[in-house]
Design a protein around this ligand. Structure first.
Ligand SMILES: Cc1cc2nc3c(=O)[nH]c(=O)nc-3n(C[C@H](O)[C@H](O)[C@H](O)COP(=O)(O)OP(=O)(O)OC[C@H]3O[C@@H](n4cnc5c(N)ncnc54)[C@H](O)[C@@H]3O)c2cc1C
Length: 406
């Protein structure tokens, strides 16, 4: 069923009893062309684009819990493409452009709100770095502007711009096309659209092993039986390492809890996203009125989706430092997702199962590792093959990993 004003009106007249399920609940088949492990935003999007752009529809997306219950349903919903290094900038800009028409593409309102993302500069060094970043972004054709303290005061009246503060606000930068999206709607939208193209989404189906025939992975053991697969995609964020280990591969990544929390709902006080690297907190206000607050990751490896109290304390101290007005606000919920951090350079590329593993995450020096023609064959590498390597790369220097801050 296509969602539209007419379907809404028609269903309203019939007491909303005729809505179809947004996706099916199929039993797993014994074999698929493609098995994707993880029904987060990325796993579901992979299935959707394989079906839509490549005509591959014999796909199962296997999820150990409920779809969108991993990091996709736990993040702080910020969408932006203001990254310094060329590789990161192009990747995220490609993604931001997809966001701009995603609701129409999926016929599902992902509530993408381009309310702007503001980074605060609270030291002279940060201010200089921001100037550099704004210049680099503009050279890459990505919108970005510097903001003065006066402009910040007008845009965010609740921000404490007192010059006598511990870290006075000296200015900032804004990406006006950045903003927020309803995180679980993204998973639901991709799930519904992938399901409509024939993809089987199988929830409560944990992958417990990967069966190999020599160097080939030929299927997955799951809590709902063995499923054979011609190709297997592991799209499990912080759990990628444990799943790839089932195939005998050790990924060069470590997993950490990354926390967020939300306050009780209050009247609208903040209509943009504010990020401070100096005291380290970022905050936006949800449509329900809650402040959505994020911070840095925990300092230890873990798969517990809780996180530790010192981070919450730091996060709230930073929040009150920027916005003293919220000092008596009560917090409603706190949680963590599990994110991965590379131990060394990850690269796009093909690898045989034995030995080291390549992963479609990082871009650093992939052009040196393998010729462009070879990279062209990699589905994940394609968006990055459109331009020649820049001067730095031709000299043999590197781009950078896609880093949260760069
Ligand atoms: C607190 C927090 C704040 C964040 N804030 C932002 C932000 O503001 N902006 C932004 O862009 N990004 C943010 N992120 C990062 C973002 O959430 C992730 O990059 C994104 O959600 C990852 O999506 P995914 O589909 O790769 O992973 P996930 O959504 O984690 O999906 C992986 C799925 O794999 C499943 N799985 C794991 N093991 C198995 C198994 N053995 N068998 C079957 N299924 C399995 C999991 O249950 C999970 O559902 C944040 C992350 C966190 C944790």
């Amino acid at each position: 069923m296509r969602y539209s004003l007419f379907s809404l009106a028609g269903n309203a007249l019939t007491g909303h009893r005729r809505w179809q399920r947004a996706w099916r609940d199929p039993a797993p088949k014994t074999e698929y062309d493609v098995v994707i492990v993880g029904a987060g935003g990325h796993g579901l999007a992979t299935a959707y684009y394989l079906a839509k752009n490549h005509g591959i529809t014999d796909i199962a997306v296997l999820e150990k819990g409920w779809l969108g219950g991993g990091n996709t349903g736990r993040n702080t919903t910020v969408v932006r493409s203001n990254y310094l290094w060329d590789d990161s900038a192009h990747l995220y800009e490609h993604s931001l452009k997809l966001w701009e028409s995603l609701s129409q593409e999926l016929n599902f309102n992902v509530m993408f709100s381009q309310r702007g993302v503001v980074f605060l500069a609270q030291t002279r060094h940060e201010l200089r770095e921001m100037n550099r970043r704004v210049g680099a972004l503009r050279l890459n054709g990505i919108d970005s502007e510097m903001l003065t303290v006066e402009q910040l005061k007008r845009a965010v009246p609740i921000l404490d711009c007192d010059p006598g503060r511990r870290y006075p606000i000296l200015g900032g930068m804004v990406q006006r096309r950045g903003g927020t999206a309803r995180h679980d709607a993204v998973a639901w939208g991709f799930a519904r659209a992938a399901d409509a193209r024939g993809v089987d989404i199988i929830q409560n189906c944990a992958v417990t092993g990967i069966r190999r025939d020599g160097n080939r992975a030929i299927g997955v053991e799951t809590t709902r039986g063995y499923i054979a697969a011609k190709k297997i995609g592991v799209v499990a964020a912080g759990h990628a390492g444990t799943i790839m280990a089932m195939a005998g591969l050790r990924l060069p990544i470590e997993s950490y809890p990354l926390q967020a929390l939300v306050s009780e709902p209050i009247k609208p006080v903040l209509d943009t996203v504010i990020m401070s690297g100096q005291v380290h907190v970022y905050v936006s206000q949800s449509d329900k009125g809650e402040l959505v607050i994020g911070a840095s990751r925990d300092n230890y490896n873990s798969y517990a989706q809780r996180g530790s109290l010192p981070i919450v304390e730091e996060q709230l101290a930073a929040l009150v430092e920027l916005f003293p007005i919220v000092s008596r606000l009560r917090m409603l919920r706190q949680w963590a997702g599990i994110v991965e951090r590379p131990l060394r350079q990850l690269r796009l590329g093909h690898r045989r199962l034995q030995g080291d593993a390549g992963l479609g995450l990082g871009l650093r020096r992939h052009h040196r590792e393998r010729p462009a023609a070879q990279a062209q064959r990699s589905l994940f590498a394609r968006p990055f093959q459109r331009r020649p390597p820049d001067r730095r790369e031709r000299r043999g220097g590197g781009g950078s990993l896609i880093h949260e801050d760069r």
